[in-house]
Design a protein around this ligand. Structure first.
Ligand SMILES: C[S@@+](CC[C@H](N)C(=O)[O-])C[C@H]1O[C@@H](n2cnc3c(N)ncnc32)[C@H](O)[C@@H]1O
Length: 268
């Protein structure tokens, strides 16, 4: 599998951004120990009780692992978190050790997830800022397909691609001059997060850091998974934001358009 060259740039910037996830470790551990998590209501509702059917959940692009451990809380017997950033996974390991969760953390490019995980997942979970870093969606869908065992499910809860077109500094819906085309197929370098994070801004080599983002349309996402052999079980769009990406947009205006979506698919 050839890895798009942009992925290594993006990985270096996320490695720096891991500082933010490290800062949240203590708070996350308290939250998890209390039996709480950071999943959004639509995710919790759709995933429900995992105990009857999920032995292993694999979280692709798991970052600090807080949502991976939420899957364990929902009933997955064991969880695997995969991410390209070693520092993110050290942070994830702190969380799982603190709560005594049966978790395995594996560092690699998603597209290079090793065959040892093939056919082992009852659930593959991903999203909340994961897909735009993939430069090859067909290759990503093929990885999901091979990780799932027959009958296994993929759940994606991701930022809605329509959000890509809006100017995130505006107080109303205005097209961003760089990204205001939903159908544009050009990846963009250093659009916003995580380059605007204090972790990146404080980094001595910040001017050498680059992230490359590709906003895939909903049609491209669905078709990539159908072409990989998965079947649609449920798809929904939500007005909920999963992070504060439009700090100046009044909440009543924000909720008139979708900002997230949930996609549940099954491997026959
Ligand atoms: C916005 S974070 C995802 C956060 C995660 N959904 C959560 O809620 O905790 C993006 C993550 O994708 C990872 N990542 C980016 N490109 C990747 C790649 N090619 N392979 C694996 N992980 C990647 C980054 O290291 C980072 O941890």
């Amino acid at each position: 599998m050839s890895i798009p060259k942009e992925h290594s740039d993006t990985a270096a910037a996320w490695e720096v951004t891991a500082a933010i996830y490290e800062r949240e470790e203590a708070e996350d551990i308290v939250l998890l120990k209390q039996g709480n998590n950071r999943l959004l209501a639509p995710e919790r509702e759709r995933l429900g009780n995992l105990r009857p059917w999920c032995r292993r959940a694999i979280h692709l692009q798991c970052a600090g692992g807080v949502d991976t451990l939420a899957l364990w809380q929902l009933g997955a017997a064991e969880v695997v978190g995969i991410d390209i950033s070693p520092r993110m996974l050290v942070s994830a390991k702190q969380r799982s050790a603190a709560v005594g969760a049966p978790a395995t953390w594996y560092c690699c490019d998603v597209l290079a997830t090793p065959p040892q995980f093939d056919g082992t997942a009852d659930l593959v979970y991903t999203g909340k800022g994961a897909l735009p870093w993939m430069m090859d969606l067909g290759a990503w869908a093929a990885v999901v397909q091979r990780l799932l065992q027959p009958g296994g499910r993929l759940y994606v809860f991701e930022g809605h691609p329509l959000d890509w077109v809006w100017d995130f500094t505006a107080a109303s819906y205005q097209f961003d001059p760089r990204t205001g085309d939903y159908f544009s197929q050009s990846p963009l370098t250093n659009r916003g997060w995580p380059m605007l994070s204090d972790a990146v801004q404080a980094h001595p080599a910040k001017d050498e850091l680059r992230v490359h983002e590709h906003q895939w349309t909903l049609g491209q996402l669905l078709n990539s998974l159908v072409e990989a052999g998965l079947q649609l079980e449920h798809f929904a769009e939500y007005p909920d934001l999963y992070w504060n990406q439009f700090p100046h947009l009044p909440p009543d205006l924000a909720r008139r358009l979708p900002h997230t979506f949930g996609l549940l698919m099954r491997k026959p």
